[in-house]
Design a binder for this molecule. Structure first.
Ligand SMILES: [Zn+2]
Length: 107
């Protein structure tokens, strides 16, 4: 899975093709089978797996890629949700979309 984002370097208007990684996290567990209270799940996460191509030729450190994923998380989440839709994986897709809407403050 890959998508394009803008180069994060100051003053650079290059484009990067990145490979997107992500996890749908885990759902909240409200109750354990014995009736005890459960535990909260982990939210979905997205990250940049690698830069496949940079039109400007820049190279990036791991820290820069983390910052890029934080800045562009919405594009990455969108991309993963689309990829999951194509794979007809509704469960993951729903989790990514719900998370994205929550981050945007829609719900
Ligand atoms: Zn650049």
């Amino acid at each position: 899975m890959s998508c394009w984002v803008g180069c994060p370097r100051e003053g650079c208007d290059g484009d990067l093709r990145i490979r997107v990684g992500g996890t749908p996290g885990t759902p909240n567990v409200w109750y354990l089978p014995n009736g005890d209270p459960g535990y909260p799940g982990d939210p979905p996460e997205v990250w940049v797996e690698e830069v496949l191509e940079a039109s400007c030729g820049h190279e990036f450190s791991d820290a820069e890629l983390e910052a890029l994923a934080d800045d562009e998380w919405e594009i990455l989440a969108e991309h993963l949700a689309d990829a999951l839709e194509a794979a007809e994986d509704r469960y993951w897709e729903d989790r990514f979309e719900a998370w994205r809407d929550q981050q945007r403050g829609i719900v």
